[in-house]
Design a protein around this ligand. Structure first.
Ligand SMILES: Cc1ncc(C[n+]2csc(CCOP(=O)(O)OP(=O)(O)O)c2C)c(N)n1
Ligand SMILES: [Mg+2]
Length: 1059
């Protein structure tokens, strides 16, 4: 009773509204909140409110509760108790004050879990006996309302008083702001934890025990001790009764306590779906729902033994090695296994996992069952047997296919390799999962799922978590529900939650997608397993995200060599005296008679022996193999391929014509499908281009995509507004002007047996979406996955994906990706923000050696591509863009492609290509040499200008205006990195009398200059100088003044063309 009082006083906002308080409360709700009614019903509420406002029965009722009831009644009169039904009917019909309530008709069938109030009369005693005429007295109704409010309060806020913390030091006041916590505690601010005596250290704000006299409950609820044995009917929103429809107040409170305030605290009442709320209630409230068999208990114990034994073994053998052990949250391992067991039982065949450092080795060993030998060799300083830089052991990925012994089904488990950057792997896991679902035809996510692990500090601190959650329900990005597990050790490195978050829980970010959140005390293994099972079932049932927050602690410092007492002395004093969960659980099971002391010891010894044997085997190894740690094997892709042979990228003219025509035609049902007049014009001009055998940028791109689709390749283009194209040039989705959601995607209708084409506008995220597409590209090498930045400069909000994964992923993790990044780039006088995709940064990260000219041979170009980390290019023609996209698939390996793409060239009359540059026997040109008069008479050429991208058209025009076509040659470097040493050397040799210059529109410290300068030197063995032409160094990428821009451009052209 005392506990119930606490819950209610602390948690029930409705409490104060029941009986005697605020007599006009209900009336004011009705009168003042008409927007609520209007938004729901659109009916004239004045008629309704005038009668109920004076309804005496309503005095002091809870606004929220009645509002909910009323809304439910509006939606479906049968969904509320018949007494409410009759009340709302009468009051809306204008019943006089006091007359609105009527006893329900006695013949009415009570619904599930419902009893007519009159039927409770015998249980209610004289106080509740129906008055003459079938009227039930007010107190009975008020008391029932109070009970319903209590039930609801437990469901909504019981988590606030649940016993989640194995240490009992969880002093983050869940109600309060930080300043509240700093000051003197206030009754409302204090969470139930204090009352629940969870804080043996005495470092929490206060213990309010003696400040809450038991009378509080009575004053709030009008109940007295004698009411505890009164029987109340249970509403349909609770399952605590099991088969019983009414229970005593004492029993109701006790069952609610058990369901919501023990070691599981669940947040779910914010979910908008009644069905989903009821589902969770049922999973938690049904009597006996937590009971498990002895067999299951023994399994938990065995798994916990392994998890604990593994960390202990590593600690013993490599005591000073960093491994970010799991000690304190070993329950994670049985928890993940429970999720996997349940999910496989429900049909999942493949699980893609992402996780941070903490406990990673244990997950690999005991969840994935990666051979212990391979893990142990990572601790030895062995040489690598393969290429690459490798990575530290707690970042490596793995991929395993094995039999799940519990379900007897085969399962594939992948842990995606990740960098130190916490949470950055989240979108990658989602992309990889989505791709696997796509290629398996698993449209509902029944076979493939993602499992993401988080640390408490990172989960609430890193914005990428939010971006990833927002992908969870988007049509082309959903993975149909992710199970998130937070290893909440109540600390992040040396910072505790009071200083690392402003939200009550570290999991609050998940509320934005209506994910239920299960907080659970790590020292209650059965409670942890229970929520894991519920989470797996939730995902299988609703295909939505769910969070398990395992409240635990970190037994050691941040890593094994850190001293935690420097910064968390009280916490660690407590931790030192806290027994291991394995010991606690073993003791419990021995007491219950489930296992014997000998059996416990036996299981421990057996695992110890396994570790020892593997340790001895590992010592025999002489090399480590990075390939053992690959997270995305592409079986069959590399086998039997010449690693240096590129397939042709030119295509038959017929193919170009066919695709071009399809891309220029309205939908086949054009008569009914009304397209925009502007689109009609665009289609017409496309058709004209096809007829004249030319393409512009958009058509060239469409033909690259279309020709790959023809070959059965999946093409996916994702990014902000990519369907139309930021610059309104693409139009890959046509919209019916009169019918919502009626669209037509020409590239999906090219050939009957073509590959699938996905083009999807993304959420407004770069970090999340670029990461997602990278993950997508890891699954299937035979897919062209492209991400387009709205403007190139926005890619810097995804810098972590670029630095940590795209540029270095293969070197660190043997993982290839053919992802294409399209970055609109170029100075067009539009100010500093939309001008630069920061080409210099990509080039600076290119791994080719500026001082090394590789041996010239037939295979020069492909070998360079093979050896580099990525390709950086800035194409100046649609044909070259067409070829370089196709080359991504034609290569016998995969490399990320970083493309600077144009803006003004999209409509530039000269930026067009002929079919002749795209048909068979044509290919991507790394350098486009001058083809004008200068090239006819090279020895008389005075200057050879090199440039890349759109500035070529400015230079060419200025050269023409100045009639310098015979004096100045202009060569375009289309593939900047790897640097085309061979072709540059050839070009320079051709113009042997010319001075050499590199012209760029970017500032000197930006663009390509710093990359190309030393490479020109290498290409020419230092025999000739190459001068710089362009803007001076600058901090900002471009001027904000149009006039200044033109001035700078003219200066650049003058400089470039001066002889
Ligand atoms: C993006 C990022 N910033 C900072 C760090 C440095 N760092 C490594 S672990 C850690 C604390 C993480 O705390 P938490 O997420 O609670 O995980 P725990 O180590 O407690 O398991 C920090 C700040 C990092 N790895 N990544
Ligand atoms: Mg932590």
């Amino acid at each position: 009773m005392y506990r119930a009082r606490t819950v209610l006083t602390n948690l029930v906002p409705l409490a104060s509204l029941i009986p005697r308080a605020a007599p006009d409360r209900f009336a004011s709700w009705i009168l003042k909140s008409d927007h609520i009614l209007c938004s729901i019903t659109g009916t004239d509420i004045r008629h309704y409110s005038s009668s109920v406002a004076t309804e005496p029965f309503l005095n002091g009722s809870s606004s929220a509760y009645v509002e909910e009831m009323y809304n439910a009644w509006l939606a479906d009169p049968k969904s509320v108790h018949v007494s409410w039904d009759s009340f709302f009917r009468n009051s809306t019909a204008g019943a006089a004050p006091g007359q609105a309530y009527q006893a329900p008709p006695s013949l009415a069938e009570p619904g599930r879990n419902q009893l007519p109030i009159t039927s409770l009369a015998p249980l209610l005693g004289a106080a509740g006996a129906p008055a003459l005429g079938g009227q039930v007295n007010e107190k009975v109704i008020d008391d029932h309302l109070a009970v319903q409010a209590i039930i609801r309060s437990y469901q909504a806020r019981g988590h606030l008083v649940s016993e989640l913390d194995p240490l009992g030091i969880m002093y983050a006041d869940l109600h309060s702001t930080f300043s509240d916590r700093e000051g003197k505690p206030h009754e409302i601010v204090i969470r139930g934890h204090h009352i629940a005596k969870l804080d043996p250290l005495g470092i929490s704000s206060a213990d309010l025990d003696d400040k809450h006299p038991p009378e509080l409950l009575y004053s709030h609820y009008s109940f007295e001790e004698g009411d505890m044995d009164r029987v109340f009917k249970l509403p349909s929103t609770t399952f605590i009764g099991g088969k019983e429809k009414a229970l005593s107040l004492r029993e109701i409170l006790s069952r609610l306590e058990n369901a919501y305030c023990r070691h599981i605290g669940v947040e779910f009442m914010f979910i908008n779906s009644l069905e989903q709320c009821n589902w969770i209630r049922q999973k938690l409230e049904t009597p006996g729902v937590m009971e498990i068999s002895s067999e299951e208990k023994r399994l938990i114990l065995a798994r916990l033994t392994r998890a604990t034994g593994f960390e202990a073994f590593l600690a013993r053998k490599w005591s000073s090695e960093k491994r970010f052990g799991l000690e304190g949250c070993e329950i994670l391992i049985p928890a993940m296994k429970a999720v996997i067991d349940k999910s496989t039982e429900l049909g999942v065949e493949s699980i893609v996992m992402g996780m941070p450092h903490r406990g990673r080795l244990n997950v690999l060993a005991n969840v994935c069952r990666k051979p212990l030998e391979q893990i142990f060799t990572q601790f030895a300083a062995l040489e690598a047997a393969d290429d690459g830089s490798g990575d530290v052991k707690y970042h490596l990925g793995t991929y395993i296919e094995r039999l799940n012994r519990v379900t007897n089904k085969n399962i594939r488990l992948a842990v995606v390799a990740n960098p130190s950057h916490l949470e950055a792997v989240d979108p990658i896991v989602q992309g990889k999962t989505r791709a696997e679902q796509f290629y398996r035809g698993d449209g509902e996510g029944k076979k493939v799922m993602s499992l993401l692990l988080h640390g408490d500090a990172a989960f609430c601190g890193q914005g990428i978590v939010y971006e990833t959650f927002h992908l969870s329900d988007l049509p082309d990005y959903t993975t149909h529900g992710t199970i998130h597990i937070v290893v909440n050790n109540q600390i992040g490195f040396t910072t505790d939650p009071r200083h690392s978050r402003s939200s009550p829980y570290c999991t609050d970010v998940a509320r934005v997608v209506n994910a239920p959140i299960f907080h659970v005390n790590s020292d209650d293994p059965e409670a942890v397993m229970h929520v894991c099972k519920i989470a797996a079932e939730w995902r299988a049932t609703f295909h939505k995200d769910v969070v398990i927050d395992i409240v635990s602690y970190r037994r050691n410092g941040h890593n094994e060599i850190d001293e935690p007492m420097f910064t968390q002395p009280l916490m660690y004093r407590k931790i030192k005296t806290t027994p291991h969960v394995l010991d606690k659980y073993s003791k419990r099971l021995i007491e219950e008679g489930v296992v014997t002391t000998e059996e416990v010891k036996d299981v421990r010894d057996k695992y110890e022996k396994i570790c020892e044997e593997s340790y001895l085997n590992a010592r025999k190894e002489t090399h480590i193999k990075y390939k053992d740690w690959l997270d995305s094997p592409w079986s069959g892709f590399f086998e039997g391929k010449d690693p240096l042979k590129v397939s042709p990228t030119g295509v038959k003219e017929d193919t170009l014509v066919h695709i071009g025509k399809r891309m220029s035609s309205p939908p086949p049902n054009a008569a009914e499908f009304v397209i925009h007049k502007g689109i009609e014009r665009i289609l017409r001009s496309r058709m004209e281009m096809v007829e004249s055998r030319t393409v512009d940028w958009a058509l060239g791109e469409g033909m690259a995509f279309g020709s790959l689709l023809k070959e059965g390749i999946h093409v996916r283009l994702s990014g902000q507004d990519v369907e139309r194209g930021t610059f309104s040039h693409r139009h890959h989705v046509l919209h019916h002007q009169l019918v919502d959601k009626a669209t037509y995607r020409p590239l999906c209708h090219l050939y009957p047996d073509q590959g699938p084409y996905t083009v999807c506008n993304s959420s407004l995220s770069e970090f999340g979406v670029l990461g997602f597409e990278l993950g997508y590209s890891m699954t299937n090498p035979n897919a062209l996955v492209c991400w387009e930045a709205q403007f190139g400069d926005f890619n810097n909000t995804a810098q972590c994906i670029i630095d940590q994964f795209i540029s270095s992923g293969q070197a660190k993790w043997v993982r290839q990706s053919g992802l294409v990044m399209l970055n609109p780039h170029g100075l067009e006088g539009m100010g500093p923000e939309h001008s630069s995709a920061r080409l210099e940064r990509f080039l600076q990260m290119s791994s080719d050696d500026p001082d090394y000219f590789p041996p010239e041979s037939e295979e020069f170009a492909v070998r360079q591509l093979h050896d580099i980390n990525w390709i950086v290019a800035n194409c100046s023609t649609p044909a070259n863009y067409f070829h370089i996209l196709r080359r991504q698939i034609a290569l016998p390996f995969r490399k990320p492609l970083i493309l600077m793409t144009p803006k003004s060239l999209l409509r530039h009359p000269e930026a067009k290509s002929s079919f002749d540059e795209m048909t068979e026997n044509t290919q991507f040109l790394r350098v486009i040499p001058d083809q004008g008069p200068a090239s006819q008479n090279p020895s008389s050429v005075k200057k050879l200008l090199f440039c890349t991208g759109k500035v070529y058209y400015d230079l060419r025009k200025a050269r023409e205006e100045r009639k310098l076509e015979g004096d100045i040659a202009i060569s375009r470097v289309e593939q900047i990195s790897p640097f085309p040493y061979d072709l540059i050397k050839k070009e320079c040799a051709k113009y042997s009398n010319a001075s050499l210059a590199w012209a760029q529109e970017e500032a000197k410290n930006q663009g390509s200059w710093t990359y190309v300068q030393p490479r020109f030197h290498t290409a020419l063995s230092g025999s000739r100088d190459v001068s710089y032409v362009g803007r001076p160094t600058a901090a900002s990428p471009a001027t904000g003044s149009k006039m200044q821009h033109l001035k700078e451009l003219n200066a650049l052209l003058d400089d470039a063309l001066s002889l």
